[in-house]
Write a protein that binds this ligand. Structure first.
Ligand code: UDX
Length: 456
């Protein structure tokens, strides 16, 4: 299909290029191929490229492998390391490269700039360049300048299309989103991207459940970029808020789960993301809050709430270590077992994982740390932590166990077996994931996060 005809071809679908095959890029490439578009994933890492071509996802994401295998097998999804060859025939090009925090905490845009310039140089005909990476507010205007400066032979337009995928449910979140946000300046490019998402927006949902139907939000690029940061900033703030309430509950002898349930009955608040515990980790919340704070600094606007959320969240990890110190006396010579290493369940992602912070603190106090995670088998940042092959091996001989990640299998632990092999009896439930009464019923001490009333 030539590039000039941006309408979907007789065969249906558009030609799509996706640059960067990390969590976001791979899910986007697989999803658009599943929707019937022709997709080329562009990846420079040879190992990743070989894995993807073989239908293997180079990270843990439930269900993604099956979609990838089917998309590659159907011929609708291919992978290449040749950016120019992948971009040239594309109607739309997604830029999904990472924008990790730099040394000063500001987003490092090196990969984003390089990819954007390469796309501008390689695009031919009418091409819509879509930024899906999380980018600083105002990036869309910068990308237009880059495209203009490269003097692309193409008639290139710029659209912002931030993603709201959660690791562990990324495919579901992509195919059944609450909303699709598009930011652009011209109706033509927005029409192309709307066409791309039409199967998602127009999918049928159970009658009478309008709230399930995704909404297409079409705005300008700066607003679309702000929506992304505002959403992540609010979710992080909601978590930090309930964790501060959990600290109050610990002192007041109140139960934070009951508080959160009662708060959530107010439809203005909603119960989700009021899960008190160790707090957030991962590659997004902290980074995005930092980016918002830098935006405030750069524009001399005071953002006291947004500037305090990461600090509040970090204190929650210290709270867990304090609970260990309170429960054991000092930690020197003690054995601590961590259940869970990934920053949340259903992922193998260790970025900003609370387990790493907690293990480091305990080791600094002189403790010996073992750990088990159903998916994560090695942690480069914790060379002095013994990684066990199962939960019972990890807790054997431990003076205390810390539930760090809410993996399903930990809710089903044989607690009597845990009690039988531990040397001590302290269980710190960092995610309020265990049933306090079941823990105490086998003679263990239960310490939750804002649950002092629940352990009986
Ligand atoms: C998040 C956003 O939800 C998503 O929209 C964005 O695109 C990327 O960042 P993700 O980090 O994958 O997604 O997972 P999420 O389920 O949102 O959890 C984020 C962190 O908050 C995790 O560390 C999780 O453990 C923590 N969390 C979540 C809580 O501590 N309490 C809660 O109630 C919910």
């Amino acid at each position: 299909m030539t590039n000039e005809s941006t309408a979907t071809s007789a065969a249906g679908g558009l030609d799509v290029a996706v640059i960067g095959t990390g969590y976001v890029g791979t899910v986007a490439a697989v999803a658009f191929a599943t929707l019937g578009h022709r997709v080329v994933g562009i990846e420079s890492d040879p190992a990743k490229l070989a894995a993807l071509r073989a239908g293997s996802v180079p990270f843990f994401e439930p269900g993604l492998g099956e979609f990838l295998t089917e998309a590659v097998g159907s011929g609708r999804l291919t992978f290449t390391d040749d950016l120019a060859a992948g971009v040239a025939p594309a109607d739309v090009v997604f830029i999904c490269v990472q924008t990790p925090p730099g040394e000063d905490g500001r987003p490092d845009l090196t990969a984003l700039r390089d990819a954007s310039m390469a796309v501008a140089a390689a695009a031919t005909g009418r091409t819509v360049v879509i930024t899906k990476s999380t980018v600083p507010i105002g990036w869309g205007a910068e990308l237009r300048r880059i495209v203009g400066a490269v003097g692309s032979a193409a008639d290139t337009a710029v659209v912002s299309n931030p993603e709201f995928l959660r690791e562990g449910s990324a495919v579901n979140d992509f195919l059944y989103p609450d909303r699709v946000v598009l930011g652009g300046e011209g109706p033509a490019e927005l029409a192309v991207v709307t066409e791309l998402y039409r199967p998602i927006i127009e999918q049928s949902f159970p009658a009478g459940r309008p709230e399930l139907e995704p909404v297409m939000v079409v705005t300008d690029t700066a607003t679309a970029e702000t929506i992304k940061y505002a959403a992540n900033g609010f979710l992080a703030t909601k978590i930090a808020f309930i964790n501060e309430i959990a600290r109050i509950c610990d002192q007041a002898g109140a139960d934070v789960l009951t508080v959160a349930d009662a708060m959530g009955l107010d439809h203005r608040i909603e119960r989700r993301f009021l899960g008190a515990g160790i707090g957030y980790g991962g590659s997004c919340f902290s980074k995005d809050l930092e980016a918002l704070s830098w935006f405030g600094d750069d524009h001399r606007i005071d953002l006291p709430i947004l500037g305090s959320v990461n600090r509040s969240n970090a204190a929650q990890r210290a709270t867990v270590v304090d609970k260990l110190r309170t429960g054991l006396g000092n930690l020197s010579g003690r054995r601590i077992a961590l259940l869970g290493l990934a920053y949340k369940a259903d992922t193998d992602d260790l970025r900003d994982a609370p387990a790493i912070t907690i293990a480091r603190s305990a080791i600094d106090d002189g403790a010996t740390v073992t750990a088990y995670d159903p998916v994560v088998r090695t942690v480069a940042a914790l060379p002095d932590v013994t990684i066990a092959d199962d939960a019972y091996e990890a807790v054997a001989g431990a003076d205390a166990v810390v539930l760090v990640t809410e993996w399903r299998e930990f809710a089903d632990l044989d607690l009597a077996a845990v009690a039988a092999v531990m040397a001590g009896d302290l269980v710190v439930d960092g995610r309020n994931w265990l049933d306090p009464l079941k823990v105490t019923a086998v003679g263990l001490r239960y310490v939750g996060m804002g649950r002092s009333a629940a352990a009986g």
